[in-house]
Design a protein around this ligand. Structure first.
Ligand code: ASP
Length: 329
């Protein structure tokens, strides 16, 4: 069995510099020492990206770069691990999930909260866990291994900036938890897949968080000029301050102007149901789209994915409720 590791950047391979943590560790040497004497010694190849990034710099072009590399190298290995910064790893995992539904080989993303050279770092357990998951023989699709858990790529979110258990999938069970042996769960999440997806492009899709006291004028200003789509993070099951004069009209005007408005929740674990309360009913009537149980990362990357396919508002509204890669339902 052969695994290829694509190294894109992130804390795992960083070192201290006068400007803060930046890429620079000897990943190749560390990997060699880590795997010496294991069944994987000699079975792993490391591919280092030319420009290693802090994942807070990642954009849709970077997701596409990973997708292109994976496609180009598909025949070179049985499975793949992507070393990625943790800050936007959940976005990358969702984005890869939509683009790689037909890939047919496991892709496991991982990273670390501490660099590999720090005593007590989580780099080694995360990478070896990701390798073990990638070699498990289970059909994983795209997944994240982090902090002793294997999580579905379209369901995962970063929950802590410091804890070793830094990721979770709040809406569904883990794919596996480590132990001797690992305990596996099939969350039964399926998607219809996507044939020959077009490449990701950068899209103008703001994510707007509502807070008590927001006015219609402020919301209108945030939507001017008109974006290609917007994610509105509302309260609870998708409620907004509907008694605020003109606020729902601002959203209705955006929809009328052809801007898909996807309403998500600020709750970590959510099931958006527009119209369950009067405070969300106006949004449903205006044609806003509820995100049901999708994570913010899954919603945002799905919008960028659908826009990259050249879709207009009606098609986007249609596809937001359909599972492409297990992200919804
Ligand atoms: N800022 C880092 C990154 O996302 C954080 C990490 O990797 O943990 O690249």
């Amino acid at each position: 069995m052969k695994v290829e590791i694509l190294y894109t950047g992130g804390t795992l391979g960083m070192v201290d510099t006068p400007q803060g943590l930046a890429p620079g560790a000897d990943l190749e040497g560390w990997l060699h020492r880590l795997l010496a004497g294991t069944e994987l010694a000699g079975g792993v190849e490391l591919v280092t990206f030319d420009h290693l990034i802090d994942s807070s710099n990642a954009a849709p072009e970077d997701w596409q770069h990973i997708v292109d590399e994976l496609r180009a190298r598909r025949e070179e290995a049985d499975s793949f691990v992507v070393l990625h910064g943790t800050d936007t790893m959940a976005y990358a995992a969702s984005a890869l999930s939509y683009a790689l539904t037909g890939f047919g080989k496991p892709v496991v993303l991982t990273g670390a909260q501490y660099p590999l050279g720090v005593l007590g770092s989580d780099a080694a357990p995360n990478l070896t866990g990701a390798l073990r998951a990638a070699l498990s023989g289970e059909s994983l699709g795209v997944a994240i291994f982090f902090g002793q858990k294997l999580l579905r790529g379209t369901r995962v979110t970063k929950t802590s900036s410091w804890a070793f258990q830094g990721f979770d999938s709040p809406g569904v069970p883990e794919l596996a938890v480590t132990g001797a042996p690992w305990k596996w769960t099939d969350p039964g999440l399926r998607g219809c897949g996507w044939v020959s997806p077009r490449p990701y492009r950068r899209c103008d899709v703001p994510v707007l968080d509502l807070a008590p006291g927001i006015t219609a004028a402020r919301l209108a200003a945030l939507l001017d000029p008109r974006p290609e789509a917007v994610v509105l993070r509302a309260f609870g099951v998708g409620n907004v301050p509907n008694e605020e004069p003109g606020l729902v009209d601002v959203i209705a005007d955006a929809v009328t102007a052809g801007v898909p408005v996807v309403v998500a929740s600020q709750c970590h674990q959510a099931d958006v149901r527009l119209g369950h309360y009067e405070a969300g009913w106006g949004l449903a009537r205006a044609g806003a789209i509820g995100s049901t149980d999708m994570t913010l990362e899954a919603v945002y990357t799905k919008l960028v994915f659908l826009l990259s396919q050249g879709m207009g508002p009606d098609e986007i509204a249609h596809w937001m409720g359909i599972s492409i890669a297990g992200e919804v339902g």
